[in-house]
Write a protein that binds this ligand. Structure first.
Ligand code: F6P
Length: 367
């Protein structure tokens, strides 16, 4: 089928590499099909309120290396359950999905490319069910999407976290301190685990393994006795102590999405260690630094490949699918298979085994 007009939106939290995808979709749709490309602004919000811009080779020039998304995005973008905060602080929920469908119909799109993580792709699937031709493109720094080897944005986040750890190591070693770095990832520990291994962390705490504080302290003491009173701890924001809860922050995200905003486990851990050991402890929360800035070469290539293949799939009318990396190829996966699935670090994986085999403490319970 020829493509006349396609649309693209970026939803959920941003990450590095989104602009590489937007550029690839735009260039491929124009160069290979002579199609018009509509950029939908601020995720699904742009569909609800009809806010769009035309994307051309000129407007997407020089964005390959740019972090963020030129289209904008929002977490607050579920048209099926649109939450608005009222003046008295209460929340009203509206179904704006008809408005979104109407916008897509008026735009006469042959395909809507939905770039996002699990939540955004699930919305894409719901619109596909409403008769909209959708193709999903997987993104998230968390790397927690199933059926793809990697999501773009993840490698950049790992690189940034690793560089932060390298810096913390030199100051920690100089002052003989326990240095804690808290990284993102929600309920998956991929960033913490890979960046922790890359940065030579001595202790890595993951959401997948509730940690034993005594095991953590024992490792720090063991190092101190061996003449290394400094230790580097990588902790994922979704980690929790055995018998404890994840640490969350009160935020608009929580109020408007009903999703807890994670963060604060690093400081909690620092306090628990200080109670048990006479060493200086410092905590750094890396936060959104992981999501911003220039994508690594890997993420630029992955974003470009996914965008280009998505256009090819649209021309072949393979709707209701997500483009996915199955090294060395890009393939298609039914969107339906992704709904509600979060890929976490398998405890029997080679990566976990590798970490423990070289003496990294993962906070497992000591007998
Ligand atoms: O899902 C990506 C992510 O960066 C998570 O790792 C993190 O918990 C969350 O988004 C932060 O969201 P926000 O940008 O709303 O603070």
């Amino acid at each position: 089928m020829g493509l006349n007009k396609v649309g693209i939106l970026t939803g959920g939290g941003d990450c590095s590499g989104l602009n590489a995808v937007i550029r690839a979709v735009t260039r491929s749709a124009i160069i290979e099909h002579g199609a018009k490309v509509v950029g939908i602004e601020a995720g699904f919000e742009g569909l609800v309120f009809n806010r769009t811009q035309e994307l051309t080779i000129k407007t997407t020039r020089d964005i390959l290396t740019l972090g963020g998304t030129i289209l904008g995005t929002t977490n607050k973008g579920n048209p099926f359950e649109w939450r608005e905060q009222n003046a008295d602080g209460s929340i009203s929920v509206y179904d704006y999905s008809d408005k979104a469908v109407q916008t897509i119909r008026e735009l006469e799109l042959d395909c809507l490319f939905v770039v996002g993580g699990e939540g955004t792709l699930e919305l894409g699937y719901r619109f596909q069910e409403r008769g909209i031709p959708v193709i999903g493109i997987p993104k998230t720094i968390d790397n927690d999407l199933d059926k793809t080897d990697y999501t773009f944005g993840y490698q950049t986040a790992v690189q940034v976290a690793c560089e932060a750890l390298d810096r913390l190591a030199t100051t920690g070693r100089s002052h003989q301190r326990v240095m804690i770095l808290e990284v993102m990832g929600r309920t998956a520990g991929w960033i913490a685990l890979e960046a922790g291994i890359a940065g030579g962390a001595h202790i890595i705490l993951l959401p997948e393994i509730p940690y034993d504080i005594e095991s953590v302290v024992r490792k720090i003491r063991f190092r101190a006795r061996g003449g290394s009173p400094y230790s580097i701890i990588m902790v994922a924001e979704g980690a929790k102590e055995i018998g404890g809860d994840v640490v969350t922050q009160e935020s608009a995200t929580t109020r408007l999405q009903g999703v807890p905003q994670l963060g604060g486990i690093g400081f909690h851990l620092a306090n628990e260690i200080k109670k048990r050991i006479d060493l200086e402890v410092r905590c750094t929360v890396l936060g959104h630094v992981q999501r911003g800035g220039t994508p690594t070469a890997f993420d630029r290539v992955l974003g470009t490949r996914l965008g280009s293949y998505a256009v090819q799939a649209a021309a072949e009318e393979k709707f209701g699918t997500m483009v996915a990396l199955r090294t060395p190829n890009i393939t298609l996966v039914p969107l339906q298979e992704l709904a509600g699935v979060v890929r976490r670090v398998p405890l029997d994986s080679q990566l976990v085994r590798c970490a423990e085999s070289i003496g990294i403490n993962l906070g497992r319970e000591v007998g």
